[in-house]
Design a protein around this ligand. Structure first.
Ligand code: ATP
Ligand code: MG
Length: 449
């Protein structure tokens, strides 16, 4: 008789939303049943639906917020809980495979409505310290514990017990300033960019001084080394990190400090200088596309295709229509790279005009640095405002969730390095790379003498 194994039930893909107000409160919906339980808005994805679509739909149906009302700050996927036996869906599915999104409301008083679904009887904004695991249904608690630790790592880990979860978020600091680097310096897609909101001297994400920062920097650098080793061994993801800055913005120093602990086999740095005659005889993406990362590789662009807009526009190297049409081809190019599996991070190292002066003077006065000084730098400095405006327009138009821009305060070198390293480590962590497992049983293999 053939072995009649019952067909295993699948996990149901599901999107869940941890919605956070500008004051740092978290939105929960009350279970409509006769109990004391609360839930995050959530819902299943239909077949082949991108999980972000499911998220947008469920958040709209259950609490009445549109994607324009929030920005997606972070996500964590592959969190699973089994349906309890009596759940009507448990015949069809074993349980839910959830992706949780951290959504930050853009406006102070978002209009919440539960009228579109019967999922919740009411909603309430909770202080983070009110998020006790006991207010969630038992079968979801282990997932929710992971989510809270992931999204609010500042919480003391030990205090997130079965019953309580104490936040170390500061009540008087806007929540946007307490989010991880990924969010704090991110330029959200479609938003107006004002450089005044990104001060080059900012050091909000670290309360100590340079010496104190080295403890965290060194720990992160070690973590980067381990993550990159797995990234390389797994040979699955590709990562492209683009650096742009004004002259003396610190690209070289930042790249050297942040990445030099990595394995050179998996990392390449590609500087893009003034195009050579051969490069100019091709389309502008020719020299760029050749260098993008393959599987397992991290490639760092020191300047990039963005020069083909910025330099061309500000220095009037070609007629305006040339750089204007490049916006769209760059957007298309990066979308293609992302769709084909490349994680893209774009970093603008933001220094002040005074800091640039000090650094250029430093180059002139230091025999070990004078080789970096270019006469062109003086012309470019005279066009400071044109460059800033061109960068503003460019970053505004080309920051997308799949290829986001981060504006990193770069007047303090140690802070710049710490923040960029944190950002890179956060991105690498989110890929959850693992060493490949053997497809054979190692105990069956004997190595001959
Ligand atoms: P630093 O910031 O330390 O000065 P750098 O990146 O400026 O380093 P340089 O060799 O001084 O290095 O300059 C490279 C120059 O090449 C920059 O002025 C940049 O604008 C220019 N460049 C790069 N790509 C292009 C391009 N596609 N078209 C025109 N100019 C470009
Ligand atoms: Mg230069």
């Amino acid at each position: 008789m053939p072995n009649q194994q019952p067909h295993p039930r699948p996990w149901r893909p599901n999107a869940a939303a941890v919605i956070i107000s500008t004051e740092g409160k978290v939105l929960l919906g009350k279970d409509p049943g006769n109990n004391d339980y609360w839930h995050f808005p959530q819902g299943g994805a239909v077949k082949n639906e991108p999980i972000e679509h499911a998220l947008a739909r469920e958040v709209w149906e259950e609490v009445g917020l549109r994607p324009a009302d929030y920005m997606i700050a972070r996500s964590i996927s592959n969190l699973r809980y089994k349906y309890p036996e009596h759940n009507s869906k448990s015949n069809r599915w074993i349980g839910q495979n959830q992706t949780y999104f951290l959504l930050v409301c853009k406006n102070d008083h978002p209009k919440i409505s539960v009228a579109r679904s019967s999922e919740f009887s009411k909603v309430k904004w909770f202080d983070i310290h009110e998020l006790k695991l006991s207010i969630f249904p038992k079968f979801k608690r282990s997932v929710i514990q992971k989510v809270l630790l992931e999204f609010f790592p500042e919480h003391s880990q030990s205090s997130l017990t079965e019953t309580s979860c104490v936040s170390t978020l500061h009540p008087n600091v806007p929540i946007n300033q307490q989010l991880p680097v990924m969010d704090r310096y991110l330029v959200p897609h479609g938003s107006k960019l004002n450089f005044k909101n990104f001060p080059p001297d900012d050091k909000n994400l670290f309360s100590g001084n340079k010496e104190e920062s080295l403890v965290e920097f060194n720990a992160l650098s070690k973590e980067f080394q381990e993550l990159q080793r797995k990234f390389y061994a797994e040979n699955k993801h590709r990562m492209l990190i683009i650096f742009q800055a004004m002259d003396a913005g610190g690209k070289d120093g930042c790249i050297r400090n942040v990445f030099s602990n990595g394995d050179p086999q998996g990392i390449r740095v590609i500087p893009f200088k003034k195009p050579t005659p051969d490069e100019l005889a091709h389309d502008y993406l020719w020299r760029i596309h050749k260098e993008v990362p393959g599987n397992g590789q991290i490639v760092i662009f020191n300047r990039s295709h963005y020069e083909d807009i910025i330099a061309v526009k500000v220095k009037r190297l070609f007629p305006d229509e040339v750089w204007k049409r490049r916006y769209q081809s760059i957007i298309d190019f990066e979308r293609m790279l992302a769709e084909e599996g490349t994680t893209i991070i774009k970093i603008f190292l933001n220094i002040s005009k005074a800091e640039q002066k000090a650094r250029l003077e430093g180059r002139l006065n230091n025999p070990e640095k004078i080789w970096k000084f270019q006469m062109d730098d003086l012309d470019d400095r005279n066009r400071w405002d044109d460059f800033q405006n061109a960068y503003r327009d460019l970053i505004e138009a080309t920051s997308f969730p799949h290829a986001p821009w981060y504006i990193i305060p770069a007047n303090r070198k140690w802070y710049r390095n710490l923040v960029v390293l944190r950002l890179v480590v956060e991105k690498l962590r989110s890929l959850k790379c693992t060493y490949p497992q053997p497809i054979f049983d190692p105990s069956t293999i004997k190595i001959s003498d």
